[in-house]
Design a protein around this ligand. Structure first.
Ligand code: ADP
Length: 253
């Protein structure tokens, strides 16, 4: 009877092992599919500006010496597309780095000070008013300061790209949770596009975002940074009215 029991235990254990193994294979399968999709999408994204550059270079070669208009147009297009390639490769490297790393360089810092510094830096570059609101003197956070700065830059950069008025950053802390939001009164996001915002290379209305130089990688990087901090990121938006992105992070990691 004891042997029978033992056998039953063993087969239950085997069944459990088989289930765990299947789950692992499914996860690996999904990761592999995602990776394949990423390479395909990345190649496509890199191909578009390269095609433009090579066709304008061809025009320059053929007519550039004699036609001033062709020359100006080609130089403008080539430098724009080269800039786009630069932004794209920078974002791709950032994402690869954020996805590879599963560790954070944790330190204690004042998020209000970091937000003030980041807002000043972007204000100088883009001449846009960015207000920082906080009920407290300081909002301390244990986290990776460089990554949190990167997260703020991504959210502010989007708010600047997709709106024309002042941008509001609000910071607060309660019950061990730090909350940060970035709100703009810009073009907003259509409801049916909301589920895809965090997908890599996703842009609402490709043309609209392409003209602003967006790569569609910003929010994927932002989400990864929040994930590494075991936090939560959410988007609230009204098409035509504006967008607010909220981030909740555990104060101590
Ligand atoms: P991108 O580099 O194109 O801005 P993101 O991943 O940062 O890529 O954002 C994905 C898409 O979400 C953007 O292309 C844009 O259409 C939309 N989006 C993000 N933030 C905002 C915002 N603040 N206002 C309006 N649309 C936004």
């Amino acid at each position: 009877r004891q042997i029978e029991l033992h056998q039953r235990d063993q087969s239950a254990e085997l069944l459990q092992l088989a289930r765990a193994f299947n789950q692992m294979i499914n996860r690996l399968d999904r990761t592999f599919e995602r990776q394949k999709q990423f390479v395909a999408d990345a190649s496509h994204e890199l191909k578009t500006p390269l095609t433009v550059i090579s066709s304008y270079a061809g025009m320059l070669k053929r007519w550039g010496r004699d036609d001033e208009n062709v020359r100006d147009e080609a130089i403008e297009a080539i430098s724009n597309e080269a800039q786009r390639l630069q932004n794209l490769t920078k974002s791709m490297l950032m994402l690869a780095q954020a996805e590879q790393e599963d560790w954070l360089k944790v330190e204690s810092f004042d998020l209000v000070q970091l937000a003030d510094e980041t807002a000043d830096m972007l204000h100088m570059t883009f001449q846009r008013m960015i207000r920082v609101h906080t009920g407290k003197q300081d909002v301390r956070l244990n986290g990776d300061k460089d990554k949190i700065r990167q997260l703020l830059v991504i959210l502010l950069d989007n708010a600047i790209k997709y709106s024309k008025e002042a941008i509001d950053i609000t910071l607060s802390v309660s019950k061990g949770v730090v909350r940060m939001s970035v709100a703009d009164k810009g073009i907003g996001i259509p409801d049916d596009e909301m589920p895809f915002l965090f997908e890599r290379f996703f842009r609402v209305d490709g043309a609209r975002s392409r003209s602003t130089g967006g790569s569609g990688l910003g929010l994927s990087i932002a989400q990864r940074i929040v994930e590494l901090h075991e936090g939560q990121i959410d988007v609230f938006s009204k098409h035509g009215k504006g967008t607010t992105i909220t981030v909740a992070l555990p104060q101590k990691k």
